[in-house]
Design a binder for this molecule. Structure first.
Ligand SMILES: CC(C)(COP(=O)(O)OP(=O)(O)OC[C@H]1O[C@@H](n2cnc3c(N)ncnc32)[C@H](O)[C@@H]1OP(=O)(O)O)[C@@H](O)C(=O)NCCC(=O)NCCS
Length: 163
């Protein structure tokens, strides 16, 4: 483990060239139902703004990579947004199916929480589709269910972590 990231993986800010790998994770057979609509333009915008604004950026998009020779393979990603009212919205978290249950998702949740705390944010908020397995995932980090929302297509549970 390196700072909680399993051996053999690295984490960095996402780059435009990672988008294909991110979309592959989103659209994989067993992952697809967990994600809402993730348009390429939204990813590209977050990546460019994060690069442009550096540490001040409200946009946060990270990838975890595995090196295959000299080729970087995107195996996980997360995107969040630091609002001006102290709330950070965790929009997506995804791990490639062949890398799940190895601690990478936990690493990304924990490093997001750390980054929010460093920035002085007060709440980390996320939404999950009602009935899916991921609802059991977030409480282990201290998230509490605070509400239920009617999403565009499905009902969503709202979870918050006080920072
Ligand atoms: C949920 C998810 C982010 C967890 O990351 P991970 O690296 O697989 O999980 P970790 O190793 O940190 O933690 C392991 C736990 O995750 C849970 N988990 C594993 N695969 C999962 C999956 N496909 N969906 C939901 N939870 C899962 C299990 O409860 C597991 O606990 P166990 O080892 O006691 O069985 C990841 O599995 C994933 O991307 N799932 C599909 C997409 C998704 O649900 N994203 C979150 C909502 S946007």
């Amino acid at each position: 483990m390196t700072n909680g990231l399993p051996e053999g993986f690295i984490v960095r800010d996402a780059m435009v060239r990672d988008i294909k790998g991110i979309i592959k994770i989103v659209n994989s057979k067993n992952n697809r139902a967990s994600f809402g609509w993730v348009p390429r333009v939204v990813l590209e915008d977050a990546i460019k703004r994060q690069k442009c604004d550096g540490a001040q950026s409200q946009h946060r998009i990270k990838v975890v990579l595995r090196m295959q020779g000299k080729t970087e393979v995107v195996v996980a990603w997360t995107r969040s947004y630091h609002r001006r009212d102290g709330v950070t919205s965790l929009h997506e978290l995804g791990v490639a199916e062949d890398c799940q249950s190895g601690g990478i998702g936990s690493y990304l949740v924990n490093e997001t929480v750390d980054a929010c705390r460093k920035r002085g944010m007060t709440i980390l908020r996320l939404k999950t589709v009602v009935g899916l397995r991921s609802n059991g995932y977030y409480p282990r980090f201290g998230f509490e269910k605070v509400g239920l929302e009617r999403g565009r297509k499905r009902e969503l549970n709202v979870y918050e972590l006080s920072l």
